[in-house]
Design a protein around this ligand. Structure first.
Ligand code: PA5
Length: 461
């Protein structure tokens, strides 16, 4: 189980102006939170609620099919190339970076247990794409194209380029190098996959992109590179059971949701920083930024009233960003709530040799880098309190599939509860759709002619 420490948001430590009287707030919000949790759990099976992500941990069928495919393809490919963007890429990147050995793609096949290398292409930068295409041997590459809608311009343009290249290089065999993860029935990618006969995996109905990491969106790439997806899902299930507890005193996702909500609405802390002290968790921050921003940034509440809410998420990584952002967090505007993620036991240790006696650095000799990193995490937390800056800490025993499943699922539930506290729909993204539609218009998609004319006018002004 993860540990959650929220003592550094208390009024006792930060003063009334910046801190919360947690006991009082937990008492005050207990019934409301209990109702939110009950509602989420009772509505999760209802179509149209976009809560199917709460059931993904229990989808043994998906785990089985994904593992079967991974076993079938094992040894056939040197590279997995994932095409996707936003929720179709960030969860995969976060989990792979956390759970694969560091610098995975640079390791020898033996060091990778003969598992393939993995590349995520989550942008349409031509230089980056050409660069990757120049280094990948497509004859030894499996392309996993992931898009729920099946029509996202970035992903589908990447896919069209890759499909063409694969066909040129491999002739009729190219189909065996494509696996599509998309909606069961709708969308252009589903249609193409049916016509072309690609192997496909399904993104279930009512699972939004940013909540899809535990569907085939994530599970397929994870299984293909040998991540233990059963342990990952066990972490999700155990966390789900723990978070069914309607008593806020025993529900860490609810506690952190309420803290974030109150810090924003009562104490002016409308910036939410995610700062793991682990490079392997760096992309967890990217994933969090998306789920927090897209879920909570809304201009209308559930009653249709204008609200324009949403704390702005910021990504950071310790100790690196101590030398970049912490000056601002300590002394700049007191408008941030920082979440630290701390790892007790790293997979390896590294001792700093006793080679210098200088007072300024001699003390480091004989200690480990592990000790130094965690000392820096603790020092930063305490310093922030000295400056009356609120922060919470999530501690993982180690970085394992089980703990990563727990962490990401906890943050998903925290997001859903926070959305309910703001009384907004955390599961739509009209602001993203709008930009997608403008792109279609600019690129000449049929049906978007009127928008194109308006846009051209605006762009020329
Ligand atoms: O969370 C979301 O819904 C979005 O970030 C989508 O994942 C992103 O826009 C990509 O959409 P799609 O999977 O339809 O290509």
């Amino acid at each position: 189980m993860l540990e959650f420490n929220c003592k550094n948001v208390s009024a006792e430590r930060l003063g009334e102006g910046n801190g919360l009287n947690l006991e009082d707030e937990f008492n005050k919000y207990n019934d409301k939170i209990a109702k939110i949790i009950s509602d989420l759990n009772s509505k999760k099976d209802k179509p149209g609620q976009w809560l199917q992500w709460m059931n993904l941990g229990y989808s043994e069928e998906t785990v089985w099919f994904v593992k079967e495919y991974a076993a079938m393809t094992q040894g056939r490919f040197e590279n997995i190339l994932v095409l996707g963007i936003g929720g179709s890429a960030l969860g995969g990147m976060a989990v792979c970076e956390a759970l694969l050995k560091p610098y995975w793609n640079l390791l020898s096949p033996e060091q990778r247990n003969n598992m393939p290398r993995i590349f995520f292409l989550d942008n349409i930068d031509p230089d980056q794409m050409n660069g990757l295409l120049n280094v990948l041997d497509l004859k030894k590459t499996l392309v996993n194209v992931i898009t729920k809608s099946g029509s996202t311009a970035e992903t589908m343009s990447q896919f069209m380029i890759l499909k063409n290249r694969l066909e040129e290089e491999l002739g009729d065999d190219y189909r065996k190098h494509i696996v599509a993860t998309t909606d069961q029935t709708t969308g252009i990618l589903r249609q193409i996959s049916n016509e072309e006969g690609y192997k496909t995996f399904v993104i279930p109905d009512d699972v939004g992109g940013r909540f899809s990491v535990f569907s085939a969106v994530g599970l397929l790439p994870f299984a293909l590179v040998g991540i233990d997806i059963e342990d990952l899902m066990q972490g999700v299930k155990d966390m789900d059971l723990a978070l069914k507890n309607t008593d806020i005193r025993h529900n860490i996702a609810a506690q952190n949701a309420l803290i974030h909500y109150l810090m924003d609405t009562q104490k002016g802390k409308n910036l939410a920083v995610m700062m793991p002290y682990s490079s392997r968790l760096k992309y967890v921050s990217d994933w969090f930024v998306q789920i927090w921003a897209e879920s909570l940034g809304k201009n209308k509440n559930l009653d249709g009233e204008p609200v324009c809410v949403g704390p702005t998420p910021i990504k950071a990584v310790g100790a690196t960003d101590q030398h970049s952002q912490i000056q601002l967090y300590n002394e700049g505007p007191n408008n941030k709530l920082i979440t630290f993620i701390r790892v007790k036991e790293f997979d390896s240790a590294l001792e700093i040799p006793k080679i210098f006696e200088y007072t300024g650095i001699g003390y480091l000799g004989g200690k480990t880098i592990n000790e130094l990193l965690n000392a820096e995490a603790d020092a930063t937390r305490v310093t922030l309190v000295d400056y009356q800056r609120p922060n919470v800490t999530i501690t993982l025993d180690n970085i394992s599939p089980y703990n990563i499943g727990q962490l990401l699922y906890m943050l998903e539930v925290q997001t859903a509860i926070t959305g309910a506290l703001y009384h907004i729909n955390a599961f739509d993204q009209p602001g993203v759709e709008q930009a997608k539609n403008y792109t279609y218009a600019l690129m000449g998609r049929a049906g978007y002619e009127e928008s194109a004319a308006v846009l051209q006018k605006k762009l020329s002004m």
